[in-house]
Design a binder for this molecule. Structure first.
Ligand SMILES: C[S@@+](CC[C@H](N)C(=O)[O-])C[C@H]1O[C@@H](n2cnc3c(N)ncnc32)[C@H](O)[C@@H]1O
Length: 219
């Protein structure tokens, strides 16, 4: 579990104001404050993550250790990260803690916005949201989740989204290497009638990971 902020989501997914006109799903939301901060600015957002089944008290207990693990992984691979966006490691850590606190407050106040569910099966109606954002789940865990799982997961997110599905980053955790099945996966999705593109975004933390995958239906 990690806890990125609304500002990080805006950058990772190149989100413009008009992108937030409808309902946005943060899939694999973890302890991100995206939903909490979106709500504060009048944006309708919800999150899905299997971990929400544990309940807020367990998540609150677990979050500090998960954040420590993430920090240790970054310290151990320092040459694989670039710091321009954050400015410093300290600023990044502060953002994680602040976002985690906002998430914890929000899930307690608005539990209905946090759905305990996991890809590749989301218990949501087709076309029920306007955009799906997926941060640091697909591709990040490509060492464990294969091309077929990614195809099913993206097909499922596309089923419930009237608009785009955006996925960031496109590299693996740890070594930050590109995922070797990205091109074949896009071919799979195009064969299902979906439209895919890889787009540059104004955010790079893992060295070389400055692109997102967008998936939508044919107009
Ligand atoms: C690295 S965290 C990213 C959290 C958040 N999106 C962020 O960027 O800070 C990955 C999240 O994906 C969730 N996850 C794992 N398997 C999942 C699945 N099958 N479907 C949806 N989310 C899943 C994990 O529980 C975890 O919270």
């Amino acid at each position: 579990m990690s806890s990125r902020s609304f500002a990080e989501y805006r950058a990772m997914f190149a989100i413009g104001d008009r992108d937030l006109d409808g309902v946005v799903l943060d899939c694999g939301g973890g302890a991100s404050s995206f939903v909490a901060e979106a709500r504060a600015t009048g944006v309708r957002a919800l999150a899905a993550d299997p971990l929400y089944a544990l309940g807020a008290a367990v998540l609150a207990d677990r979050l500090p250790a998960d954040l420590d693990r993430g920090n240790a992984m970054i310290d151990a691979n320092a040459d694989r990260f670039v710091w321009e966006w954050y400015g410093s490691a300290e600023r990044r850590r502060e953002m994680r803690v602040d976002a985690g606190s906002e998430f914890m407050a929000d899930i307690r106040r608005h539990p209905g916005s946090y759905l305990a569910a996991g890809l590749p099966h989301l218990p949501m109606a087709g076309d029920s949201v306007d955009m799906v954002l997926c941060s640091h789940l697909l591709f990040t865990w490509a060492g464990h989740l294969d091309r077929e799982w990614h195809r099913s997961a993206i097909t499922e997110m596309s089923r419930i989204s009237r608009g785009e599905v955006r996925v960031f980053p496109l590299v693996r955790l740890g070594d930050g290497e590109p995922v070797d099945f990205l091109d074949a996966l896009q071919a799979d999705l195009r064969a299902e009638g979906l439209v895919c593109a890889v787009r540059r975004v104004p955010y790079e933390f893992q060295r070389g990971a400055g692109h997102m995958l967008t998936v939508g239906r044919r107009p």
